[in-house]
Design a protein around this ligand. Structure first.
Ligand SMILES: Cc1cc2nc3c(=O)[nH]c(=O)nc-3n(C[C@H](O)[C@H](O)[C@H](O)COP(=O)(O)OP(=O)(O)OC[C@H]3O[C@@H](n4cnc5c(N)ncnc54)[C@H](O)[C@@H]3O)c2cc1C
Length: 871
């Protein structure tokens, strides 16, 4: 057997309306998920297929579905269609206005008799509708038997039978088989607004699929679906050509006829309730005989010809193509399936000739045989006696631990059945359910963890050291650099602006993501990002102090340039690193936050040990004056060593990632399916998409604002707010923030029950508190060099530092909660957009801060050893 070496998130079996509807919705909800549609035929569309070969392009004919039967704006299929000139809309498809009705001997039936029979038929249908619910189900024919036999006029009875056959035509089965209790439940009600699509319904369905560029494999007959444990929690889908495919979920959309014929084997076998529902549900037969003549022999105005006979009753006319289409259903259709085309055509022509004796023989014909078609096994489902909506629910309910899903027109329990739009809707329904499952937090019990999982967890933790090093590695060193680089106290604001300019790298990631339409670009981009950052930290260590003179002013060009590169890596990494975790079970998400916490602690330790330069005011005598000048203490280890250490951490991160992406152990873990995903009850678990979209917008805004104030605006502001209280307090505060991050990670791990779902307003409250505190910090910075408590360095510094730490702590909690939420509701896509909002927030905050600080010079610097007179 040949394996397709890939694990798909979802494999859809069958590319008819249901498969197409499901694939479109799935792709829309989870664009980066791996999807594959397997289709047995050499074409798509299933029972919606337009033939353009037999009678030529100018006379397309639909072998299956012809009318878009619910031509209303809320129809999911209709929503894709733009009306064109040749389309026909018919609100009264079985009305008599353009229909000629003949008796079996070819004589036209009088208007009067038609009216009388129509009234009787309506009464009979209304009787069926009122069939008591507490009585055992019977066939529609049995339900009207008493009234039916009362009609003793033979001609009238023939006409009445023809009239009742409109329903048979609609349901593709004889009245003797159809359930009285479920009459009109599958939309047997004939009053619909029909849209006849000029180019053919099948062509339109094909067009929808093509527009969405669905990943479809034709000529692939699925023969076996195996969900047994031997495939590590994955589903094994075998095909007739000897290939097999692995996936997390399967959606079976093959027609009910194929299921009845057991054309796909299941391991373990289908549960009894499913098999019973398949066997019990009705699946009718509806065939068409297209006859093309050399000239039109019927009245050009006619659209339909009906005959009160027990065989060929309904003809539809297409005068512009000189075609007459006979619709045959139920027992007559079954009887004819086994005859040769010529024999069928002869019978049809003979019966038509009774009405039109002068008609010539047809020049071309086309006969459908949906019953003997191995990929349909009939035409469409209906409620055979003894079935009801419960049967549909069983046909729709997932099997095999919730991993095998079911769609198709025969499963549309909360709408109509038997139509193209029914199939499409059912596909949407299942795609939403499957996406929801794929987005579920992938929980896994600690006790289930094996050695390979632990190794991968450790590797992921080391890999996760990188985001924080990229984001905070340089800012932690800023206090040491301020005294040594020419920008002095403007350095944080300039650095912030330049580094956040790296947001442009997001455009590259957007493009890669858009062009590849999958996450295949991820691995290589992460490797390149990590490699560049390792090299850049080494280069920073070597050249950070080099300056260049521009317009007679000395600039830290090297430092700013390499910082910019580091932030390019940071921006690229920010939308790649976190989303990368989506491919692992949920416990691995914790590795990300652990890595983040560990790197925060590492940076804090480095900062403390290095103990960045403190300035002392030394009195020196110049002439007869004593002046205080700054003298900086030396660092425990140099800035160069500091950057080399960061480079080493990034190197470890890179190696871990390489092991994860190259070795089998890393790959296997990323493919692992969550065993503990709970079964979702169909009836009460539909996603309220609109609601979640509104919430998402609000939470994305919350994420943006939190990052705007905390990581974008605050860092530049802090120098003016904290420096009046000493350089030392500034440095200790920055280091304390890193410790606060670690504490926040521990807090979130311990109190994992604090979630957005439980406390939907928590992040908004944090944002409000953060905003108020920032205003306070702003006031302190603005009042520098004479902020409140300036004389009480300890108290003033403590308040400012504490506030700074609180803002960061709250924002970090919000960051973690929001990311977990986005992952839950929108999976990889949610994490991606969350990361984009984070970075946009930071960049905007930094730009505003730069404008206020450097451009508008809103804040004044306070230099050590100066005497400030504050009243
Ligand atoms: C004669 C006729 C007239 C109709 N008229 C109308 C109409 O006017 N309006 C309307 O709305 N509906 C009409 N219908 C019904 C409509 O065509 C169907 O309800 C709808 O197309 C069903 O879509 P589906 O996706 O459920 O199934 P299908 O369209 O049958 O799709 C299932 C797909 O699964 C594939 N498949 C089967 N077995 C396998 C396998 N083992 N491996 C891989 N693939 C497999 C099939 O090839 C097929 O492409 C008509 C149908 C017929 C037959």
């Amino acid at each position: 057997m040949e394996t397709v070496n890939h694990v798909f998130d979802l494999i859809v079996i069958g590319c008819g309306a249901a498969g197409i509807g499901a694939a479109i919705k799935f792709q829309k909800l989870l664009p980066t998920a791996h999807l594959l549609v397997l289709e047995a035929r050499d074409r798509i569309g299933g029972r919606a297929f337009t033939d353009t070969k037999t009678f030529g392009e100018s006379a397309p004919v639909d072998l299956g579905a012809r009318w878009l039967c619910h031509n209303q704006p809320d129809n999911l299929v209709r929503a894709y269609y733009v009306l064109s000139d040749g389309d026909r809309i018919d609100t009264d498809i079985y009305g008599t206005s353009t229909m000629a009705i003949f008796d079996e001997d070819g004589t036209p039936i009088s208007e009067d008799l038609i009216k009388q029979v129509k009234t009787i038929a309506e009464k009979l249908f209304s009787n069926i509708k009122q069939y008591p619910h507490d009585m055992p189900d019977v066939s529609m024919l049995d339900a009207i038997h008493k009234q039916h036999i009362k009609i003793d006029n033979e001609k009238m009875q023939r006409l009445l039978d023809m009239w009742l056959s409109f329903t048979e035509n609609h349901e593709a089965s004889d009245l003797a088989e159809l359930s009285a209790k479920c009459y009109a439940k599958g939309d047997g009600d004939l009053e619909n607004c029909y849209l006849e699509i000029a180019g053919g319904f099948g062509s339109f369905i094909k067009q929808i699929a093509e527009q969405h560029k669905l990943p479809i494999k034709l000529n692939t007959v699925v023969t076996h679906i195996d969900t047994s444990t031997q495939f590590d929690g994955l589903i094994h889908v075998a095909t007739q050509d000897g290939c097999y495919y692995l996936c997390k979920y399967v959606l079976v959309t093959v027609p009910l006829g194929c299921l009845k014929a057991c054309s796909i084997d299941f391991t373990p076998p289908l549960p009894q309730w499913k098999q019973e529902a398949i066997d019990k549900m009705g699946f009718g037969l509806h065939n068409k005989v297209y006859l093309q003549f050399s000239s039109v022999f019927w009245d050009q105005e006619l659209t339909k010809i009906s005959v009160a006979t027990n065989r060929f009753k309904f003809y539809f006319c297409i005068p512009e193509a000189r075609i007459v289409v006979l619709h045959i259903v139920g027992s007559v259709a079954y009887e004819l399936e086994h005859l040769r085309d010529e024999e069928i055509v002869e019978q049809v022509v003979n019966s038509l000739r009774i009405i039109y004796p002068l008609m010539t023989d047809p020049i071309k014909w086309l006969v459908t045989r949906w019953g003997s078609d191995p990929f349909s096994g009939g035409s469409y489902s209906n409620f055979q006696v003894g079935n009801n909506n419960e049967t549909l629910k069983k046909l729709a309910r997932e099997t095999h631990d919730g991993r095998v899903h079911w769609a198709g027109e025969h499963t549309n329990y909360d709408g109509t059945i038997g139509y193209v739009d029914s199939a499409f809707e059912s596909g949407h329904r299942e795609a939403i359910l499957i996406c929801k499952k794929l987005r579920q937090p992938k929980t896994m019990l600690w006790k289930n963890i094996d050695n390979s999982t632990i190794i991968v967890f450790i590797l992921l933790t080391i890999f996760s050291l990188s985001p924080n090093i990229l984001f905070y590695g340089i800012p932690i060193e800023l206090p040491a650099l301020i005294n040594q680089l020419p920008e002095g106290w403007s350095l944080p604001a300039i650095f912030n602006l330049i580094s956040q300019g790296a947001i442009i790298s997001l455009i590259i990631i957007f493009l890669l993501r858009h062009l590849t339409k999958s996450n295949s670009y991820e691995t290589i981009t992460i490797i390149i990002t990590l490699l560049i950052s390792v090299i850049t930290f080494i280069t920073l260590g070597l050249f950070w102090h080099k300056t260049t003179i521009i317009n007679n002013i000395s600039h830290s060009t090297y430092f700013l340039l390499f910082s910019f590169i580091i932030y390019i890596c940071d921006y690229s990494g920010s939308v790649l690193f976190l989303t990368y975790f989506d491919r692992y079970v949920s416990i691995m998400m914790r590795a990300y936050f652990l890595g983040d916490g560990v790197s925060s602690a590492a940076l804090a330790i480095l900062g403390f040990v290095q103990d960045s330069e403190k300035t002392q005011c030394i009195p020196i005598i110049i002439g007869n004056k004593t002046v205080l000048t700054e003298q900086a203490s030396s660092l425990v280890f140099s800035v160069r060593i500091y950057f080399f250490i960061l480079s080493f951490i990034m190197f470890c991160s890179l190696i871990s990632f390489l092991i994860l992406s190259i070795t089998k152990i890393g790959q296997d873990e990323s493919n692992k399916n969550d065993e503990s995903i709970k079964l979702i009850n169909i009836s009460d678990d539909q996603i309220d998409e609109q609601h979640s979209q509104i919430n998402n917008k609000l939470y994305f805004l919350a994420m943006f604002w939190s990052c705007f104030i905390t990581y974008g605006f605050l860092p530049g502001l802090q120098t003016y707010a904290l420096v009046p209280y000493s350089h030392d307090i500034y440095q200790k505060t920055i280091i304390s923030i890193e410790i606060s991050y670690l504490l926040v990670q521990i807090f979130c791990a311990i109190y994992s029950n604090i979630t957005i779902e439980r406390y939907p307003n928590l992040v908004h409250i944090f944002n409000i508190i953060g905003t108020i505190l920032i205003i306070y910090i702003f006031i302190i910075a603005k009042m520098s060099p004479c902020p409140p408590f300036i004389d009480s360095i300890l108290l003033g510094g403590l308040i400012s530092g504490l506030i700074y730490i609180i803002i960061n702590g709250l924002s970090h909690i919000a960051y973690i909660l929001l990311n977990i939420y986005f992952h839950k509701v929108s999976g990889e896509k949610g994490l991606f957009w969350s990361s984009v909002k984070v970075k946009c927030g930071i960049a905007s905050g930094a730009i505003i801060n730069y404008m206020l600080t450097v451009h508008f010079q809103l804040f004044k610097e306070r230099f050590p050893c100066h005497d400030y007179v504050c009243s």
